[in-house]
Design a protein around this ligand. Structure first.
Ligand code: F6P
Length: 473
């Protein structure tokens, strides 16, 4: 197996400081889980940001750096200004809303581009320094869209892949971005560019045609004398791990206790990062609408909404949090009683075991983002249901809807129809629930995160290698 150089904004670990002790803890996310094994097996390096280490003492820092070296993690330390302008600024105030079709959220001034470019250059420099001939480089996500092009300048012969974890928007949206050409050219430095869905591939090809007059021939583009391939590689989750967690005795005890507290009630569940793309207000309105029009459900529904704090330094997230707080208060004020409130809103993180318990206890899972690249929560829910029960209500604007076609799909902008779908899910008979869940689980299991990694890397590593002569010629 060739050595793998993984490049992502964050390293797959978090540095946790508690009083005098410091620990390097593995992150639980899909990318971290899926790529851990290939990283270990290939003996390569993982380049990324370890988060803020400025509060560590000299000796703590040395200990952490030693652990990084042992696990072959190469940290890129960002200054406070880089975090604010590259990560919060250009990545999360410009590219994030753009790719999620929310042009109104983009600041009028394009102030952070230069810092985004410079930090991308730092990632490219460090990666090129680690590179050995024969290595495969895999760059991840929108924070690093310029890195493939920068690497191609430094390493003309390298095998480079890029995966875009969020939607790639229609060319009509992408064309509004002042830096559209530089970003497209940045991606074209890769040999293989992957997206979650066929629509995102089409949107990307549309932008290449419109902005750079480049024609895509099925799945390949000629760019500067090289063939660049594009393709859809829908990302999966570690489905076996959720499946076994959901069978653990301690988890089942938690499930039983949760069900006891909700006796006589049906459990609706939402689990999201607190992000304005996740559609939490409209979802709350759909639950409210159901209670308004069907008094029989009042007192009989418990909607547990977990909102995991995210990007708290970006104003749009703070405003969104206020909006959600306000709505939850309004609905509970209107439909709650002395014994009971309809919405149980939890603003905090949960570990995977706790999540598996919540998934397993739910009657209906609500995944209704107004736009989402894939949405792994929908897949985690299915994997956590070895009892083959529970109904998934899924937004048609999430990438996952392409694969999970046995879910009840909804247009999240249509509050009334979302309320209809919730009601349909609540009233669905056991036979239909099981039939749907069996099909959903089979899909999630067959296309898990390990399948995703080998599918992408298999394609990338199977491409004919490029010689310097080919590149120049
Ligand atoms: O979905 C895109 C993504 O960047 C994921 O890779 C990541 O887990 C999530 O958003 C949270 O992002 P951040 O690193 O900004 O906390």
């Amino acid at each position: 197996m060739p050595r793998l150089l993984l490049v992502s904004n964050r390293l797959p670990v978090t540095v946790k400081v508690e009083k005098d002790s410091v620990a390097v803890v593995r992150s639980a996310g899909g990318l971290a889980t899926g790529l851990r094994r290939p990283h270990e097996r290939s003996g390569g390096q993982w380049i990324g940001w370890p988060g803020d280490m400025s509060r560590l003492s000299e000796s703590q820092r040395t200990r952490v750096e030693e652990q990084f070296a042992e696990q072959r993690y190469v940290p890129i330390h960002l200054t406070a200004s880089e975090v604010s302008r590259y990560y919060e600024g250009y990545s999360n105030r410009v590219l994030w809303p753009l790719c999620h079709y929310m042009l109104d959220r983009i600041p009028r001034q394009d102030r952070d581009w230069e810092v985004y470019r410079k930090v991308n250059e730092r990632f490219a420099d460090l990666t090129a320094k680690q590179y050995q001939p024969g290595d495969t480089i895999w760059v991840h996500d929108y924070q690093l869209m310029l890195v493939p092009g920068m690497l191609r300048e430094r390493l003309p012969e390298a095998r480079i892949g890029y995966f875009h974890h969020i939607p790639f928007p229609s060319s009509e949206i992408f064309r509004t971005l002042p830096r559209r050409e530089a970003l497209l050219k940045g991606l074209l430095g890769a040999d293989l560019i992957g997206f979650h869905t066929v629509s995102y591939v089409r949107h990307f090809s549309g932008s290449l045609l419109r902005q750079l007059s480049l024609d895509t021939d099925v799945d390949s583009i000629m760019w500067q004398g090289r063939q660049v391939r594009v393709g859809a590689f829908p990302m999966g989750i570690d489905s076996d791990s959720f499946d076994s967690l959901a069978k653990e005795v301690s988890v089942l005890e938690e499930v039983a206790s949760l069900r006891r507290t909700a006796e006589g009630q049906r459990i609706l569940l939402g689990i999201d990062r607190l992000d304005y793309t996740k559609g939490i207000p409209r979802r709350l309105l759909a639950v409210q609408r159901l209670l308004e029009r069907e008094p029989a459900w009042r007192g009989r529904l418990r909607f547990i909404q977990v909102a995991v704090p995210s990007r708290t330094q970006v104003e749009a997230y703070a405003t969104y949090r206020e909006q959600v707080n306000e709505l939850v208060g309004r609905i509970n004020g209107q439909y709650g009683s002395v014994q009971n409130v309809p919405v149980h809103y939890l603003y905090r993180s949960f570990n995977e075991k706790q999540l598996a318990g919540l998934y397993r206890a739910a009657d209906v899972m609500l995944v209704t983002p107004v736009r989402d690249g894939m949405n792994l929560v929908a897949k985690e829910f299915c994997a956590s249901r070895p009892d083959e029960d529970g109904v998934l209500v899924l937004s048609e604007l999430a990438g996952a809807a392409d694969e999970l076609n046995k879910a009840l799909t909804v247009n999240p902008y249509d509050v009334e129809s979302t309320a209809d779908a919730i009601e349909q899910a609540l009233e669905m008979g056991e036979h239909e629930r099981r039939e749907r869940m069996r099909a959903l689980r089979a899909q999630v299991k067959a296309h898990d995160v390990h399948w995703w990694v080998s599918h992408f890397l298999g394609r990338l590593q199977g491409l004919p290698s490029v010689s310097v002569r080919d590149v120049k010629g």
